[in-house]
Design a binder for this molecule. Structure first.
Ligand SMILES: *Cc1c(COP(=O)(O)O)cnc(C)c1O
Length: 396
């Protein structure tokens, strides 16, 4: 079984580049240039230096003793929550802006739902002195005020999108429209392992610094460079792709992916697109997505704004279809309880997105000697209101 992207941009039956004619040249020149650029010494040195001195990498691999006892395994947390700007998304935003510069692009656009990718992109643009426009649904602008203010403070222009449901899917369509009008000078920084080829592969490679570090960190700590299981949450799939990248072909390493169950996968309020979705094309890529029988996108639901994308990237769809990965849906209340558990046992407040993979732990059967590496994709400061509301309701 091969889990890497093929020459046509496919992972098994998923992926590809279904794009309007007008973008063909732009996407094709990215496809031709991305590998030579990211494999060049100049890029590697610049990227590595930024990851170290600006992001604060390597992120620690932390042995969670109390959580290990509770779940009967050797649990290590990969602490992406400690990165500058609070999550893994900055790895990708910095990598793509460097590629944009290598390609001579002078203007950056991005889409954002929860605002996390918008903040990461605005941060990279401030650092690189590049003009930045972020498309965001009007509903999300209301829901995610603090991130909108962060983006504006960083100097980005936040464009309110008033079409459709006024959420992430509509913001993405608007960003693609902008890109169609300015293909020559504009670089579109996509925030996850989604979109037309080569984006899913490009983003996976930029995030693969996570598994590169896990390798040597495990070697240092336990004397072997692979775990028994890797665990990560999946929205579009970028932190999970980064976590598993260097272990994809090592079938002795189990992969457990948590997607957002929302109110439950048997309800219509869910974002578990790998389990309940059907195959279709969204944002230039053939993936599993939530749609009606006639192909209208169904608005996903999750308590976590970062996980409610209506689809999942092509790599993950392939890992699920080929049974390389086990996929678990974790509902809102399970994620909330898991966030409290980590906070009270280890003193770490995780992002709501990361809480979903923590919520998969009680569903697993481990042996005591199993080494489990779980990626904490982000920190929970942005989610405190949600956590406190839950605490009051539960009377904790
Ligand atoms: C955006 C986000 C996610 C989901 O995105 P992926 O591309 O699936 O990683 C997960 N965790 C945090 C903290 C996020 O900000």
């Amino acid at each position: 079984m091969n889990y890497q992207v093929d020459n046509n941009g496919f992972y098994g039956e998923y992926g590809g580049a279904y794009i309007p004619e007008i973008l063909y040249q732009t996407v094709n020149s990215l496809r031709e240039q991305y590998l030579p650029i990211i494999e060049s010494e100049a890029f590697k040195q610049e990227f590595h230096e930024l990851l170290r001195d600006y992001v604060g990498r390597p992120s620690p691999l932390y042995f969670a003793r109390r959580m290990s006892e509770r779940y009967g395994c050797q649990l290590y947390l990969k602490r992406e929550d400690l990165n500058h700007t609070g999550a893994h998304k900055i790895n990708n935003a910095l990598g793509q802006i460097l590629i944009a510069r290598h390609m001579g692009k002078t203007r950056i656009i991005a889409e954002t739902g929860a605002g996390q990718h918008g903040v990461a992109t605005a941060t990279a643009c401030a650092l690189m002195n590049m003009p930045c426009t972020v498309y965001m649904g009007a509903v999300d602008i209301e829901r995610q005020r603090p991130n909108v203010e962060r983006m504006r403070m960083l100097g980005a222009k936040v464009e309110s999108v008033e079409s459709g449901n006024m959420t992430l899917k509509d913001a993405t369509s608007e960003a693609i429209r902008d890109w169609c009008s300015h293909p020559a000078d504009t670089f579109y920084i996509i925030g996850s392992t989604v979109g037309p080829h080569p984006y899913p592969d490009l983003v996976a490679r930029l995030q693969s610094v996570i598994s590169e570090e896990i390798r040597w960190q495990l070697k240092e700590k336990i004397g072997r460079d692979y775990p028994d299981y890797l665990m990560a949450c999946v929205g579009g799939g970028s932190n999970a792709a980064g976590t598993v990248y260097h272990y994809l072909d090592d079938e002795s390493v189990g992969i457990i992916l948590a997607e957002a169950g929302g109110l439950g996968i048997d309800t219509d309020k869910t974002a578990a697109s790998m389990e309940v979705g059907t195959t279709g094309i969204l944002h230039g890529s053939r993936i599993k997505l939530m749609q009606t029988e006639d192909g209208q996108i169904v608005e996903p639901y999750s308590i976590s704004a970062g996980l409610d994308y209506p689809g999942t990237g092509p790599l993950h769809c392939h890992l699920y279809a080929s049974k390389r990965a086990q996929v678990v849906a974790v509902n809102d209340v399970e994620a909330l309880a898991a966030a409290y558990e980590l906070t009270r046992t280890e003193g770490i407040i995780p992002a709501l997105e990361s809480a979903h993979v923590l919520g998969a732990l009680p569903k697993m059967q481990f042996r005591p000697e199993d080494v489990v590496v779980l990626t904490v994709s982000g920190r929970g400061d942005k989610d405190l209101d949600t956590y406190l509301r839950f605490l009051r309701k539960a009377g904790k």
